[in-house]
Ligand binder design. Structure first.
Ligand code: AMP
Length: 320
């Protein structure tokens, strides 16, 4: 039988954002999240659905719920509330025939009454049912194709505010560099970050930074402005492309935050990256949807200022 997408993720043939893994279970971020937290908890053994569980699987299913509880705590949704659901077969809308449990949370999820309401509605005509089935199949195919495609598109195209950084503004954000300091050649570690801010604070008055942290500010920047930021001082550089592309090549010191991973990385960032750190983000270039998505999340957590290098990897590899 052809392996399902989840088997291929378990075998590491397809990338996914893994939130938890042990010998029996893997938990990954859903590629098309229905809530701010949407994780799929997947038993590794090939079981098609709840309907094909054996009695001996009781422990495994119990473990799934323990993992759900652990992840809910990790994402800080344990107190606010969350939902664990599994779809079984066609009427429930199961699209991947490998048992999995959706952990949803991070916002009010509403009552689970839509299915019940539908079941009391008058029966649809055969034509409507067939049409619905065709549309569902088409959507299923599109979802699968998109999931398998390395250039997969986001499910909902969001319009981002695109403001370019005016050249005259750049000095507001660039901290002066001590003459002997090497130009931010390494990804700033926590220790380096505190050293850098100490160095800045000890500059003579005329060299003191005019840098004003402005959380929530997202600006698009050119190649020249990006290079100026790289040369100027502490920054946190994010490559918002997929893991495969990042592995093939990336700008030195960049960390990889692919699209929807941004939320998952926030707890790490909160521990190690000061809120006023200059954040630089790039993806492939052009529309910069992935970069804007990451920027949007970081903005919600009061990070900033944030700069998106619109030329992205495509321009960087030609200009450097
Ligand atoms: P279900 O409809 O209950 O079978 O759930 C299948 C889930 O798998 C959907 O929510 C999809 O968005 C999700 N999904 C499909 N492909 C992937 C993938 N490559 N990575 C992560 N989630 C996926």
């Amino acid at each position: 039988m052809t392996p399902t997408i989840f088997e291929r993720i378990i075998q590491r043939e397809i990338p996914a954002t893994i939130e938890y893994e042990d010998d029996d279970v893997i938990a990954i971020r859903d590629i098309a999240p229905s809530a701010p937290v949407h994780v799929l908890i997947i038993p590794k053994r090939v079981i098609t659905s709840v309907d094909t569980l054996d009695d001996a699987d009781a422990e495994l299913v119990g473990k799934v719920f323990i993992v759900a509880r652990t992840l809910a705590r990790k994402f800080g949704i344990d107190a606010s509330g969350y939902r664990v659901v599994t779809n079984t077969n066609a009427d429930a809308g199961q699209t991947v025939p490998h048992i999995h449990f959706h952990l949803l949370g991070g916002q009010p999820l509403g009552r689970m009454n839509s299915g019940a309401e539908r079941s009391h509605a008058p029966a649809r005509s055969g034509v409507l049912r067939d049409a619905g089935l065709i549309v569902a199949c088409a959507i299923g195919l599109a979802i699968t194709f998109n999931a398998l495609n390395t250039k997969s598109i986001p499910w909902i195209k969001k319009e981002y505010e695109r403001i370019t950084l005016d050249s005259s503004e750049i000095t507001t954000y660039i901290a002066p560099v001590a003459p002997t300091a090497s130009p931010a050649a390494e990804q700033p570690t926590q220790q380096q970050q505190s050293t850098a801010s100490t160095a800045t604070a000890s500059q003579p008055a005329k060299e003191q930074s005019t840098f004003v942290p402005t959380p929530g500010v997202v600006r698009e920047i050119t190649h020249a402005q990006f290079k100026a930021f790289l040369a100027s001082g502490p920054y946190y550089l994010i490559d918002a492309r997929g893991a495969e592309k990042y592995a093939e090549g990336h700008i030195a010191n960049a960390v990889n935050f692919y699209g929807g991973e941004a939320e998952a990385r926030i707890p790490d960032m909160l521990q190690s990256v000061p809120k006023d750190r200059v954040i630089l983000i790039y993806c492939d270039g052009g529309e910069c949807e992935l970069s804007h998505h990451v920027a949007d999340v970081l903005k919600r957590f009061a990070y900033g200022p944030i700069f998106i290098y619109t030329g992205g990897w495509a321009e960087w590899t030609t200009k450097k």
